[in-house]
Design a protein around this ligand. Structure first.
Ligand code: FAD
Length: 403
């Protein structure tokens, strides 16, 4: 049996939890090679559109991120509708499309650079007790800066939403639209009768697995998870495995070595439509609401000038889990007493705005192996000295890093 000892308090010198997957020299040289080889397929001719004060559209979408880009594409399929997409950040840089490199967008101008408050309970291994909370600020939003795992929602959650009064969110309906959105590229998964039927193949969201080479130590770690009930399965998105367990490699929003965020999957294919305008570096600071409590436009700052834009149908808020409620509050939509305590006059008293945030945990866990166990099993090639360790772990000869 392979013994594991976990140790959670790891980085007391910085507020950053991120690790680098290989040596910097290796990362640098492979990056140069990739960029040189891939320039042609990664560049695009996107240019921000021009708009002027008091322009009117059928729909204004606030936030050109993960969901905003999907909406911009779908709504502008209807030729008679004029759609405007407003994004606070710029278009993504080339390296946003390169797996592993896109994580370097964190804490740059492509990130909102949020940190959490110290709650004196969690993240106390970090000096400030504050966690860096990456939120993409660019076309594609957090779909450019995220890890790219394609993880489907669970049936019981959708059923609950339907039961709570949202009939179009039944699992059956969601499944239909998931399949419509998906374009699974992986032949092995497609041809597996238990898995292939769970995915669509003609949608716009490209999906595949990365080519992965497992070093022996990976198998040891996965076997140890298996022994504590976290089972290795072919595909965690497939019902046959009850959506539980761990699969390696997983399904990603990527193919052919390129990340397919929603900028690449949804926005670029719609960019040339005459009825879609996309404006970058456009920060929306207010939703305009009339006396009947109906949104009729937005206030937005572009190139340092604040203008007003109007809608005939809807303002759609797709600014993410932090900024959407923030913008509602700035517009006077939220809990009355809290708004008034900040001298914001209340337009609509909605106590739930800014509540019920849910997020997933991320814990970095160094794993220490007992070297005699490797020797006993005659698996010296798996011993940690053959594993490339991050520099700060090289003094700890038995340490292996897992995330
Ligand atoms: C580090 C990290 C890793 C993750 N890994 C995964 C993963 O592997 N798999 C997965 O499924 N999910 C992952 N997620 C979660 C996933 O990325 C998010 O849930 C999803 O991208 C949120 O989409 P969204 O459309 O709600 O917001 P976003 O994609 O963040 O889009 C919001 C957009 O609105 C813009 N905006 C905000 N305010 C304004 C304003 N006032 N005016 C104009 N524009 C504005 C922002 O700049 C942004 O572009 C990860 C998230 C992070 C941060």
């Amino acid at each position: 049996m392979f013994h594991l000892k976990t140790h959670i308090k790891i980085c007391a010198t910085d507020t950053c939890c991120s690790t680098t997957p290989c040596s910097s020299a290796e990362l640098f040289s492979s990056t140069l090679k990739l960029i040189a080889a891939a320039q042609c397929c990664l560049t695009d001719d996107f240019v921000s559109d021009e708009i002027k004060d008091k322009d009117c559209f059928d729909f204004i979408i606030v936030g050109g991120g993960t969901s905003g880009n999907v909406l911009a594409n779908r709504l502008s399929e209807v030729k008679g509708w004029n759609v405007l997409l407003l994004e606070a950040g710029p278009k993504p840089p080339i390296f946003g499309s390169i797996p592993q490199l896109s994580r370097n967008l964190a804490r740059t101008k492509y990130d909102w650079n949020y940190v959490t408050e110290n709650n004196h309970r969690t993240s106390q291994a970090l000096k400030t007790g504050q966690v860096t909370w990456v939120r993409g600020k660019l076309l594609g939003g957090s779909s450019v800066t995220n890890a790219g795992f394609y993880v489907k929602g669970l049936k019981p959650d959708y059923q609950r939403w339907a039961d709570e009064g949202n009939p179009s969110w039944t699992p059956k309906n969601i499944f239909k639209y998931e399949r419509k959105a998906e374009s699974l590229q992986n032949e092995a998964l497609k041809n597996n009768p238990l898995i292939g039927k769970n995915y669509g193949s003609n949608g716009q969201q490209v999906l595949n697995r990365y080519n992965t080479t497992r070093i022996p130590v990976h198998n040891l770690i996965l076997d140890s998870w298996d022994s504590i009930g976290i089972k290795q399965v072919e595909d965690t998105n497939s019902e046959v495995y009850n959506n539980r367990g761990y699969c390696s490699p997983a399904v990603f929003t990527a193919a052919d070595g390129i990340r397919y965020d929603t900028y690449r999957s949804y926005l670029l294919p719609a960019d040339k439509r005459n009825n879609l305008k996309i404006v970058t570096e456009a920060f929306v600071s207010k939703i305009l609401v009339d006396e009947n409590k109906k949104a009729y436009g937005v206030e937005v700052t572009i190139n340092g000038t604040k203008i007003q834009l109007f809608v005939s149908k809807e303002v759609i808020l797709a600014a993410g889990a932090v900024n959407s409620p923030h913008l509602l509050l700035l517009s006077g939509i939220g809990p009355k007493n809290e708004l008034e305590s900040k001298n914001v006059s209340c337009v609509v008293d909605l106590p739930a705005v800014g509540r019920n945030l849910q997020d997933h945990l991320r814990i970095i866990v160094p794993i220490y192996g007992d070297r005699s166990q490797y020797d006993n099993r005659n698996e010296r090639k798996c011993a940690p000295e053959n594993v490339r360790l991050p520099f700060w772990l090289r003094d700890l000869p038995t340490a292996i890093l897992a995330v």
